[in-house]
Design a protein around this ligand. Sequence first.
Ligand code: SAM
Length: 333
Amino acid sequence: MITDQHGRNVNYMRISITDRCNLRCFYCRPCESFHNIPHQDLLRYEELLALMKMARNLGVEKIRLTGGEPMVRKDFSQFLQRVHQELPQLDLRLTTNATLLNGQAPLLAQIGLDKINISLDTLRRGKYELITGRDRFVQVRRAIDQCLDHGIAVKVNVVALKGVNDEEMPEFMAFARNLPVDLRFIEFMPIGRDSAWAKQYFWPAGDILRQARDHADLTPFVPDPETHTHGPAQLYTIQGGLGRLGIISPLSNHFCGTCNRLRITSHGSLRTCLFSDKEYRFRAMLRHPKLGIRAVERLFRLAGEAKPVGYVLLKEMARQRPVCHTAMSAIGG
Ligand code: SAM
């Protein structure tokens, strides 16, 4: 178990398995000319598996695969099956834009991947294309239904964008009322050197909740501390509804005090705080014939123990600058 200098148990790891994505969301990865990390610099499946086993040794209980878009990576479903065979007890999660999920829900359910995060910033097809640069709304919407049909718990993540999707609150609340999903608004964060973050887009948590209350009777959901797996979202039940509303407020009400995350970038670096550019590069160490996974394990332990409290870094935001330079597609959200 890694306990850091602030007494936090670091037991959750997010792994970006590729920086490639089939969408071009204006706030995440805006341009076609974005340079992809060369293939040889991406961690191989073998290496990812070794890291996951090492993480288990270090007391990591939950691992989330993310990207870029994890499902664009070649042979991804075979990789999932292999992870399940070799780490059957692992609490494995997936964050995806779900554009390639069609037909995959039975496999996910079969390997016990029974919780999924699906990103969907709008419920309108035309606007989906404007935000993402691709006409894939129908596929995503169908994938959500397929997951629910196979008993997979779905969290729908919406990046809250003022002037872009705030007018859709009535539709969002109807969606969460009619489907058994957690619909979670995430405050837009100024991540990445070329971030499109601007004050005009910032839709703060307080306003999201006020607007949601105009369309639904909401009651704060108090999670059982023993079984709490909801991460940083403040959850609300919706009277007469099947789903719940969640609000994640990394900026207006940061949750650094309870952050338990390590992040692995697709190019093989460890980041211990989303808001810090400090990276522990371990790819060369992992590939070194004499160092290998044992040396990487020592590095992870030391880095985990030195995990910073990120809100100090958030002060950068007040100066209207991105809080870190690496693109979200390489870090994985
Ligand atoms: N492609 C996958 C997906 O769409 O879920 C996984 C990677 S994506 C980087 C993970 C999440 O980060 C998505 O929900 C995306 O909307 C969110 N995201 C990207 N940039 C963000 C930002 N600047 N602020 C808040 N969330 C952001």
